[in-house]
Ligand binder design. Structure first.
Ligand SMILES: Cc1ncc(C[n+]2csc(CCOP(=O)(O)OP(=O)(O)O)c2C)c(N)n1
Ligand SMILES: CC(=O)[C@@H](O)[C@H](O)COP(=O)(O)O
Ligand SMILES: [Mg+2]
Length: 620
């Protein structure tokens, strides 16, 4: 069979192919994607679903002059392949390699950086307004999934763009899936209109016909106006919601039919004002396992193509698993406990909970702000909500944590997954800000477990013994070992001494306690005897324990896998008198890129060897 992909080096090369060749190209692309992502890991199912869509977009539009904004951006691999990055795809998501998301500093074809959901329409309307202010001429296209459309920002942007008269094309990629099956009333609505007969260019066409009939008297105009609305309502049932918001609606369109897609995209260029094109696709299309289990193949690590099995599945349970199982155990006994997820049931370890307690698991869609305020409502009415979010997505709900939870001192438990460096998703997903922004909030307590036993104990403490907002932050993946700390009882604001020593105090929390133990071992060989404090609570701090140790050793190193500004390290430093030497081992004031967690810790001098080296050089 003739190969086409080898000759595609820019979008212009796609335009040289006839339609049957474009279909052959799509087959090749799917093989390429599966082969590549089976080695690098990545968002395979979403990308397989947008192969034809991306081909048609690059065929019909003229990038980089025309601008495509990819929502979340996890589905931009084919776009990357077409825009000069095919040969670098083997570095996808790897340290110093291609990002798994659009990046403006990677290519001029990437017009807006994404990673977090539901931003594309806002960004696109901004780009389009700037275009109009500068009297420039090009198309601006936002590609947003049905999952991303559940996010509040997407609604805010539709609301604004719909009445703006600004020329903007929104492509709704509807595959009925977020990571799990999509949820909510909008998803039900999309489900209904997916099956309605295709109707293209609705309201505007009807209006155009009527507007061209010449009329004289006011009475006739009124009659016609009524008739016009009647016809509109009769004909335009499909996509009515978007029409009412001010968009022209086109669709639903088969997102795997290249001819149809190209025809519609070409037609879209002649429609003024905001336009929404509803495209139906199949997540995972073309790779058996991904099509059958799109949620398992949403984001994957390296896998065997023949079996679909992960190549590096750990036998150790992840923190999310341990959290999810413990929550089930607690919820079994306490009926007032509920869990909330923002479209991340599987990732946050709530799969079992959703099966055991379907009525007590609220998947609110990609709506972190709503998740937090809804939890506040539950707590205000005597229910104990456990809001389970990834650290970086909690950033979305900062005001809700302050205004709706903390100010009312409500008993909401925040289970903050993916805290710290997460690895290959890169800077958009690193969980390195939450401890800084949470610890500033009055009334809130912030805990960090060092191992599974502490994670379980802290969850139990947070739900059963605490009253008020409380967070437990734990990392992506698994804890490597149990820390030998005899005092296992969790008490508000109390840390523990993990190892005693006389020359140096090492203060750490969470995963960093294991690194502190490694540092201690390295320093022991250099005759430095270190004491290790496991903070357990970033807020309130165990000031007494910290001061006692620091006054004994006079030398302190604080290891914290978060940004320095606003960090616990600075708060601890503020406790000390001048005669205590302090070394900060935190993350630098920059966004942490992608790579394996170990590579990134090393790059940022947070591995045991670098920390020990710095201690020896700077404190001794
Ligand atoms: C603010 C935020 N919350 C959660 C996520 C995690 N997330 C990434 S993709 C995704 C599902 C997106 O579904 P959809 O937009 O329909 O794209 P599809 O994968 O179906 O193509 C979710 C929940 C995120 N990226 N950003
Ligand atoms: C694109 C996105 O935001 C998610 O799919 C994310 O990549 C999931 O990360 P985990 O692999 O840590 O669950
Ligand atoms: Mg989807």
């Amino acid at each position: 069979m003739e190969k086409y992909l080898d000759n595609i080096n820019s979008p212009e090369d796609i335009k040289k192919l006839s339609n049957d060749k474009l279909n052959a190209l799509c087959l090749e692309l799917r093989d390429f994607l599966v082969d590549n992502v089976s080695k690098t890991g990545g968002h395979i199912a979403s990308n397989l679903g947008v192969v034809e869509l991306t081909v048609a977009l690059h065929y019909a539009f003229n990038c980089p002059m025309d601008k495509i904004v990819w929502d979340v951006g996890h589905q931009s691999y084919v776009h990357k392949i077409f825009t000069g990055r095919k040969n670098e795809m083997s570095t996808l998501r790897q340290y110093k390699g291609l990002s798994g998301f659009p990046k403006r500093d990677e290519s001029i074809y990437d017009v807006f950086d994404t990673g977090h959901s539901s931003t594309s329409i806002s960004a696109a309307i901004g780009i389009a307004r700037a275009r109009d202010l500068k009297s420039e001429k090009y198309e601006v296209v936002a590609v947003i999934g049905d999952g991303a459309l559940t996010g509040g920002m997407a609604f805010e942007a539709l609301n604004d763009a719909g009445r703006s008269n600004t020329k903007l094309i929104v492509i709704l990629n509807d595959n009925e899936m977020s990571i799990s099956p999509n949820v909510g009333g909008l998803s039900t609505y999309l489900g209904k209109i997916r099956t309605e007969p295709r109707y293209i260019s609705t309201k505007k066409d009807v209006e155009k016909i009527i507007d061209h009939i010449p009329f004289g008297s006011k009475g006739i105009k009124k009659f016609i106006k009524r008739t016009k609305d009647g016809i509109k309502k009769m004909v335009v049932t499909t996509g009515m919601l978007f029409e009412e918001l001010g968009f022209t609606y086109m669709g639903p369109i088969d997102g795997h039919n290249i001819d149809e897609l190209i025809e519609v995209f070409n037609k879209s260029k002649n429609i003024n004002g905001p336009l929404l094109i509803h495209v139906k696709t199949i997540k995972g299309k073309g790779y058996k396992f991904a099509e059958e289990r799109p949620n398992d193949f949403h984001g994957v690590s390296a896998f065997n193509i023949e079996t679909g099995k992960s190549l590096n599945k750990s036998s150790i349970p992840s923190c999310s698993d341990v959290f999810g199982n413990k929550l089930c155990e607690i919820a079994e006994k306490d009926k007032s406990v509920v869990a909330i997820t923002a479209a991340m049931t599987d990732g946050t370890g709530l799969k079992n909970f959703s099966k055991k307690f379907p009525k007590r698991l609220f998947d609110v869609g990609i709506a972190e702000q709503h998740a937090v305020t809804m939890a506040a409502g539950l707590a205000a009415n005597g229910v104990i909500p456990v809001v389970t979010l990834y650290s970086s997505f909690l950033q979305r709900a900062y005001d809700q944590v302050i205004h709706d939870v903390a100010m009312q001192n409500l008993h909401v438990v925040f289970a903050i997954d993916r805290a710290g460096i997460v690895g290959n998703d890169g800077e958009t997903h690193q969980g390195v800000f939450d401890s800084a922004f949470l610890c500033q909030i009055p009334n809130i307590a912030v805990m960090v477990p060092t191992d599974y036993r502490e994670l379980e104990n802290m969850l139990e403490y947070a739900i059963k013994l605490h009253n008020g907002p409380i967070c437990i932050r734990y990392p992506r993946g698994s804890f490597k070992s149990e820390i030998d700390s005899s005092d296992t009882m969790v008490q508000l604001g109390r840390g523990t001494i993990v190892k005693e020593g006389s020359d140096l105090t090492i203060i750490a929390s969470g995963k960093m306690v294991k690194i502190a133990i490694d540092v201690r071992d390295i320093l022991k060989d250099k005759s430095i005897d270190s004491e290790i404090i496991n903070l357990r609570f970033l807020k309130p701090l165990d000031e007494e324990l910290i001061l006692k140790s620091a006054l004994k050793t006079k030398k302190v190193v604080i290891i914290d896998e978060t940004v320095k500004d606003g960090s616990v390290a600075l708060r601890i430093d503020a406790l000390f008198p001048n005669n205590i030497q302090v070394l900060f081992k935190t993350l630098p004031d920059k966004f942490i890129k992608q790579g394996s967690i170990d590579e990134l810790l090393k790059e940022n001098d947070l591995n045991a060897e670098s920390i020990a080296f710095d201690i020896k050089n700077k404190l001794f």
